[in-house]
Design a protein around this ligand. Structure first.
Ligand code: NDP
Length: 287
């Protein structure tokens, strides 16, 4: 008789709110496509219950889980260790069981760099990074570790922007500097890659665009948006109209999910299957 196994590999997500997070659909599409007996359980976990949720995952033998807002920093005290970039970023969005220990990783920045590499090598590039929140920190650290030469942080809140620029300058091989975000500002001179890492343009605010001089964008520049929904943001449309190459936030979302699946199962999932699932959810676009 064939060997029967009714015990699935368990993974999932702890966040609140959780109902609008499409990651479960994307990850389970990959699990099905690869015939993996694995589940991804999307859980709405209140801040006060996070410790219990992590203990529950341990008790049930979960292979790992994603953490999203508001748990990315708070989860660290419940873990057994941190990966290199997660320690630098100071935030965890993906927990991986290794030798029975829960290790915190950050796949947001790794997903960004993986998506970027599908278009260009970040090594030696100058990056203009708009934003200094969690996504921007992850992007800055991973881009710096991937060999970016210089990162100019442009942010509204000066204290946050200066802190991120100092992190880059002092703890990574890249040059880091801060420029206060003046409305209508020009893109910093010499930027090869321009990144929107703010929440501007996220559904339902789809007509919003980062307040910069769009005519200072150059056709040689690559413009990247972290916003996954809608994939074709106003910024990307304006940049494409000015001859720039563009990269949408679905790429980052798909790649960070794929890195998590690789950590949990050892399988490198089919990116197209995952992207198609998200496009069906967010509305198909090409960017
Ligand atoms: P945070 O709240 O940590 O940071 C938000 C950032 O946006 C801050 O720098 C903030 O500036 C800036 N910002 C917001 N509104 C404005 C505005 N009106 N003008 C200028 N700056 C503004 O959020 P996260 O970094 O966690 O997330 C940012 C976005 O990234 C989200 O929309 C999320 O969807 C997306 N994201 C996408 C991922 C993907 O895989 N594609 C992964 C992770 C996030 P200030 O500091 O001045 O307040």
């Amino acid at each position: 008789a064939p060997h029967l196994n009714f015990l699935s590999l368990l993974t999932g997500s702890f966040a609140t709110p959780a109902a609008e997070n499409p990651t479960v659909a994307m990850v389970e599409a990959a699990y099905r496509h690869h015939g993996l007996d694995a589940r991804y359980i999307n859980c709405d976990v209140a801040p006060a219950a996070l410790g219990d949720a992590v203990r529950g995952a341990r008790a049930m033998g979960w292979a790992g889980f994603n953490c999203s807002l508001p748990h990315k920093v708070a989860v660290i005290e419940h873990l057994d260790g941190l990966g290199e970039s997660a320690a630098l970023i100071g935030a965890v969005n993906c927990v991986v069981r290794r030798d029975g220990r829960y290790i915190g990783e950050n796949t947001d920045g790794k997903g960004f760099v993986a998506a970027l590499r599908s278009v260009t090598d970040p090594a030696g590039k100058s990056i203009a990074l708009f934003g200094a929140g969690g996504a921007a920190r992850a992007i800055a650290v991973e881009a710096a570790l991937a060999g970016a030469a210089a990162i100019t942080v442009v942010n509204r809140d000066a204290a946050r922007g200066e802190e991120l620029a100092a992190l880059i300058a002092e703890r990574t091989p890249a040059r880091g500097r801060f420029v206060p975000w003046q409305p209508g500002c020009r893109v910093p001179e010499g930027s090869d890659i321009v990144v929107n890492a703010t929440s501007i343009g996220l559904f339902p605010d789809v007509d919003a665009c980062p307040d910069l001089d769009l005519d200072s964008l150059r056709p040689a520049q690559l413009v990247v948006d972290v916003i996954p929904n809608p994939p074709r943001t106003r910024l990307l449309r304006e940049a494409a109209a000015r001859g720039c190459r563009v990269l949408d936030g679905l790429g980052m979302l798909v790649h960070q999910g794929a890195i998590g699946i690789h950590y949990w199962t050892g399988v490198d999932p089919d990116l197209a299957v995952m992207r198609r699932t998200l496009e069906d959810i967010f509305g198909a676009t090409e960017a």
